[in-house]
Design a protein around this ligand. Sequence first.
Ligand code: C2O
Ligand code: CU
Ligand code: CU
Length: 473
Amino acid sequence: MKPRYFVITVAVILIVFGFAIAFSGILFRLPSFKNIEKEAEKWLALPIPELLQDENPDPNVADFTLLAQQGETSFFDGVKTRTMGYNGNFLGPVVKVSQGETVNMHVKNELDQATSIHWHGLEVPGSEDGGPHQVIQSGSTWNPSFMIDQAASTLWFHPHVIGTTATQVYYGLAGMLWIEDENSASLNLPNTYGVNDIPLIIQDRSFDRDGSFYYMDNGMDGARGDYILVNGAITPHLEVNQVKMRFRIVNGANASNFNLSLSNQNEMIQIASDGGLLSEPVIRDNIFISPGERVEIIIDFSSNDEGDIVALMSGQELVMTFKVGGTAKDDTSIADKLASIERMDESLATGLKTIELDGMGHMVSLNGRQFDMNRIDDNVQVNAVEIWEITANQSMMGSIGHPFHIHGTQFQILSRDNKLPEAHEMGWKDTVFVNVGETVRIIVQFKHKGIYMYHCHILEHEEAGMMGQLEVR
Ligand code: C2O
Ligand code: CU
Ligand code: CU
């Protein structure tokens, strides 16, 4: 071939390729939301998960059964996707418990593969935590039991087995665990399940042409999706009256952060972080939420008109819409003081740990090494108070930050790069986003004994080894 033709051929190939990539980008991207009203018609109503029945009549003891199952879900009209769920096809029920209650869980694995179920945010002995040491083989049942000994909060649960956590979550294994306590019951917050107290599990997923999930971790920073799902429906809508609505939000994505905002003049009033109610409500325009984190917010629709469409956005992408209906009686209120949160005293700390999060893709590490099931990386005395300094180092290719999570405890953030955290980060946390180049100092205490994981909650980073284990003795 003459050099000239060669150049032309290469140019044509490049142009065709470029178009193909650009075009597939358009085809598989989210639709554009210039006309939110139209889009809102197209998608489904927000699914409200079942509230799981307590099988024990004793008011102080609860028994719950969860079945990890395979199933099929229609995310698009007439198209079936193979999925996984607890007691259903995709995601799971909401489990509601009270402080002081003894809870017996019965988790049966009906999958054709091993799983485990981890209670993210729950303060329980390591043996009941559901991490990689509590594998449930296919066909068997795990019966952990624990006492609820922490404040009202929105927690969640998901698998935590070595090698398949990320795919099992992607296929749909996740659910919420809500704790109520005397304080939360005495406040007049919206708390009627499914009516003015609504769970929102936000995730993103990609689909192949045949409708199956397109799980691609890309070797980059985790599996992301072209569609945003809330409670398992693509950008759904919810009809609301002109009242205060409480939303308990989990970022259940494998890797994506969401930066939530509302399209109208409505504001989001944050009332809780991962581990419970904040001391006071905080008005937010934007809520950044990384994988594993939770927030509870209240949106007051009483200033809206009937027919208004309020969109919950993440940056430029639609998450879901609220269609405002008529007026209705609303005797709920948001107290100025929600909870008393005693700041943990730094001078009581008897230990210091440094955590360095490094790398990207499959080349991640925590303190310079990768997770090893047979190695305990750290230990701590039960009830000892420690300070952990967590740093996300710059990687060669300009990495993203890491949501750092510790099992079996709720901690407080002391500082971000030596600055006091903002009001919404002054409450209890179990997952904290650490930006690249940033150092976050936290203060932590473990009240139970056992082995606990700590890791990046980008599930692909966790699986690539950005995880360590700690023994509390
Ligand atoms: Cu949400 Cu180790 O987990
Ligand atoms: Cu956890
Ligand atoms: Cu990470």
